[in-house]
Ligand binder design. Structure first.
Ligand code: TRP
Ligand code: ZN
Length: 885
């Protein structure tokens, strides 16, 4: 590990590289107890940086240098300088080649960064700074090179040898070994390099591009998973077509490969022509993957494919620009998912996620701008802010420019910067130039952290028939101490008349009334918009479709929210009105609990949900979303000080009330949908997702009644269904029920049936770790001893520990601090072998500001214990030190 205290790196210190690498020729010799990497780099002085020949400082970590040749001369110890992070040599001419050989140990690499082994196969993960663990290099995204890669390995164990680009030659070698050479004609930064060697099978297909070129598509998996690739293949073909149709982007190589690996720190990686995926983001079939898992596979396949343009052809100049590729690509994949499924439901899910988790990040010690201005460890900045808020920022640009203007801007961006490493400013400039727009003030979204507040008030003048909305924006302080200036906030809105119809909108000074929904831009700290010809006091529908990532407040009363739930023409806002109503009702229950009063649920919530439940015309997925109460995590996020017990008690009370009072309606919808499920073979399509979503949320409410007919129905569904969506819900419902015998039996049967499928066992772990019933920590600790658990596998850690600390708030925040102690112990352990995972699992402890004094003290105590626990990785060091600052 490192020897010095980790340092901050700043965007303002950016300098172009001193040297460039035109060609990179790599040869890997893979063995069981070590590997050798030979690198030949064809280099030259960067003309942008002037004439002299400064020392050449290459990145390299955990490498054993075997030999180094500069301009064909072997160097001796005196000719170069070596530290634990760099190799420095001294070029004597402006163009030269550098040859190095290093020895590395993929077989003991538990950090899953660089070259490592997952199961029996070799694979790589180079983003962001993993390539420096493979060979000495200029490991920065603005150094782009053409790569040729030869892989040599034992033939029997590693029959498949892959790298980026096209295969150009292969053949047998000595001692049962063989080799293959791959050539990638596109210049790329080292973070997009990939290599795979293993005993893999593949599913093959082809895609004919818009210019009639045939592309070979291959998905490589371990042989036992060959029957779980079809959904990913379908998703890939849909993504390729969609990117042609919606963005005019065609695939560029003759082959596109995806490889599934079991040990992976994140979801997937967009390496040029050779995407490497967490197996959880590829494998899906009815019997083993839920509807949610199917949708996740479709979205991640699309996301990584879309990176071929937004990330690979046009890449990032430096890691501060990460959202240039990630925010844009998340925006692209969410548009894609909206087109493939229900757009409103996709929007609801994205916004619920953003508001719960990104808003919490924005309010915590790691808050940072979409384009951060400093970091210690870049791996810590693959965040909800860079990804999800970054996507919202791109979405706002589209809202402001219109779909056509946005497309013109993206065309210009790709045309202007193809083959370059660029910045967020370049992206904005292309959008401006293509539209004659000025986004100067808008760019504050990239530099100012924190979630803006937008408080709205109204006034109606009956005599003048004018209606005014006044917007006041502000943004809370964040640790970066940046002075907050007003944002450009696009607010899509409408005004409803007494019957719920939209009023044609005309702002004072405008000639004619226009549409009933429009976008206004709030650009000042306080700003009033006056609508004219408004014959009656209207009800505003604000921030339709969640047109900006802000916390909007308007003093709606509950009857007005019920009215919006019924009448708003914007589906997202109908849902949001229901959420706001639920929040008001739940906050009232929370207050009752805190005051020691008997809990009494506002019956209007029941009335509102009863009418949703009986509305046969509504999309069933919408019904399911509207029946879902705001999560405990969301209720925590919107609290000044979150009262864990009151939130849990209030929400569970409301759920039980809904279950009892809406029993009949829920039971009818459940039975109708379960009957259909029985008759229909599993299909992974929106209409079927919707039916099962309503069926399953209905079942989870119904079980709260404890009635024997519901238990019987749950057992029937568990035993007789043909898919994991129904089976896992039935299991979760039993696990959260008081029926101990049935619960134990179902868990045992499930584990016995799926013990050989690690992804299904992850679900089995999660369902138990997430159960809010008492005793969760003991269950989690016991499950860590289960033969299917493995702390070295990130999916297992997420399934058990992540589900416990992230979703099971009532147990994680146990007043005695046992949950915190458990998590800190785990982070200390993970820090020793996988710093990226250690740092991510730490997130729940960083939220200490949200809790009461006693819990704050306990949480900070655990953070301090981690800080004092010994040598910390830069990943954990950064999060712990910022959390305690
Ligand atoms: N670029 C990847 C994505 O968004 C992210 C990623 C995959 C990653 N693996 C990683 C980031 C490891 C950091 C470390 O799709
Ligand atoms: Zn990405």
């Amino acid at each position: 590990m490192r020897t010095e205290q980790p340092k901050m790196i700043y965007l303002k210190d950016y300098q172009a590289p001193d040297y460039l690498i035109d060609e990179t020729h790599l040869t890997f010799e893979l063995f069981e107890d070590h590997s050798l990497v030979h690198a030949q780099l064809v280099m030259r002085r960067n003309p942008e940086r002037g004439a002299g020949l400064p020392p050449l400082v290459l990145d390299g970590q955990q490498l054993e240098l075997v030999s180094v040749n500069l301009a064909d001369q072997e160097l001796t110890d005196a000719d170069y300088q070596l530290s634990d992070s760099h190799l420095t040599v001294h070029p004597t001419s402006a163009t030269f080649t550098l040859d190095t050989t290093v020895k590395i140990h993929p077989e003991t690499n538990t950090a899953l960064e660089g070259l490592y082994k997952s199961g029996g196969m070799f694979c790589t993960q180079c983003e962001a700074e993993g390539f420096r663990k493979i060979t000495y290099y200029l490991d920065r995204p603005d150094v782009m090179s053409v790569f040729t890669t030869t892989v040599i390995a034992e033939q029997h164990s590693y029959p498949v040898l892959l790298s980026n680009g096209n295969p150009i030659a292969s053949g047998p070698g000595e001692d049962g070994r063989h080799w293959a050479t791959w050539e990638d004609p596109f210049k790329k930064p080292a973070y997009l390099f990939a290599l795979v060697a293993g005993d893999l099978w593949c599913v093959e297909d082809t895609f004919t591009t818009m210019t009639e070129r045939t592309v070979a598509l291959r998905i490589y998996v371990e042989p036992e998973n060959i029957d779980k690739c079809q959904h990913a293949m379908n998703s890939l073909k849909k993504s390729m077509r969609w990117d042609e149709e919606v963005y005019g982007r065609e695939y560029d190589l003759d082959i596109f490969m995806i490889v599934a690996v079991n040990d992976f720190n994140m979801g997937a990686m967009e390496n040029k022509g050779l995407n490497i995926f967490n197996s959880s983001a590829v494998l899906a079939r009815a019997e083993t993957a839920t509807d949610a898992a199917h949708q996740r596979v479709e979205a991640i396949v699309a996301h990584e494919y879309f990176h071929n343009w937004s990330g690979n052809r046009v890449t990032c100049r430096d890691w501060f620009q990460l959202s240039l590729k990630e925010g844009f690509t998340v925006f692209r994949d969410s548009q894609f998912s909206a087109d493939m499924n229900s757009a409103t439901v996709k929007r609801i899910q994205d916004v619920a996620y953003l508001r719960t988790h990104q808003f919490a990040e924005d309010a915590g010690p790691m808050a940072h701008a979409v384009r951060p201005d400093g970091f210690i460890e870049i791996s810590n900045f693959y965040t909800l802010t860079v990804y999800e808020k970054g996507s919202e920022v791109v979405r706002m640009i589209q809202t402001l420019l219109g779909a056509e203007g946005f497309r013109k801007g993206s065309d210009l961006y790709f045309e202007r910067h193809d083959g370059q490493a660029v910045t967020c400013d370049d992206f904005i400039k292309a959008m401006e130039d293509a539209n004659g727009a000025d986004l100067t003030q808008f760019k504050r979204w990239y530099s100012q952290a924190g979630t803006p507040r937008l408080a709205v008030s109204e006034s109606y003048d009956a005599a003048a028939k004018t209606y005014s909305l006044t917007f006041r924006q502000s943004c809370p302080e964040t640790p970066d101490k940046v002075q907050k200036l007003p944002f450009v906030i696009p607010v899509e809105l409408g005004l409803l008349d007494g019957k719920g119809a939209g009023i044609a909108l005309r702002l004072a000074g405008e000639a004619m009334a226009g549409a009933t929904s429009r976008v206004i831009s709030v650009t000042e700290a306080e700003q009033t918009f006056t609508f004219v010809d408004i014959a009656e006091h209207p009800l505003p529908s604000l921030l339709r479709g969640f047109s900006a990532p802000v916390k909007l407040s308007f003093p709606y009363n509950r009857d007005q929210l019920m009215f919006l739930m019924q009448h708003d023409s914007d589906g997202f806002n109908r849902w949001d009105a229901g959420q706001q109503l639920s929040v008001q009702v739940l906050q009232e229950l929370i207050a009752q609990h805190q005051q020691g009063l008997a809990l009494a649920l506002d019956q209007r919530l029941i009335t509102a949900l009863r009418s949703v439940l009986s509305d046969e015309r509504l999309d069933q997925a919408m019904v399911a979303e509207m029946l879902s109460l705001p999560s405990e995590a969301y209720l925590t996020e919107i609290s000044e000080v979150a009262d864990v017990d009151a939130i849990h008690t209030a929400r569970e009370f409301a759920r039980k009330q809904l279950a009892d009072q809406l029993f009949e309606g829920l039971w009818l919808r459940y039975q109708a949908n379960r009957d259909l499920s029985k008759k229909t073979p599993y299909v992974a399509e929106a209409e079927h997702f919707a039916r099962r979503a309503l069926q399953n949320i209905a079942l989870s409410y119904l079980m709260l009644s404890g009635k024997p007919e519901v238990l019987a129905a749950t057992l029937e569904q568990f035993d007789a269904c043909d898919n994991m969506t129904e089976r896992l819900t039935a299991l979760a419902v039993l696990v959260n029920s008081p029926f101990e015998e049935e619960k134990a039996k179902a868990l045992a049967v499930f584990a016995e049936n799926f013990k050989d499928n690690p992804l299904v066992m992850d679900q089995w772990f999660s369902v138990q770790a997430g159960s809010g019933l008492p005793g969760a920590l003991e269950r989690v600790k016991a499950l860590m001893q289960h033969p299917a658990f493995n702390i070295k596998n990130p999916n297992k850690v997420r399934a058990l520990v992540g589900a416990f600390a992230g979703q099971n708030l009532i147990n994680f925040h146990a007043a005695d601090g046992s949950g915190y102690r458990f998590l800190a112990d785990l982070v200390i352990q993970l820090n020793g072998f996988n710093p990226q995972i250690a740092s991510r699992q730490l997130a729940p402890l960083t939220r200490w500001r949200k809790y009461d004094d006693a819990r704050q003290a306990l949480m900070k105590g655990e953070l301090e214990r981690i800080r004092a626990s010994g040598e910390l990785s830069s990943d954990v060091f950064e999060v712990v030190s910022k959390s305690l600052a």
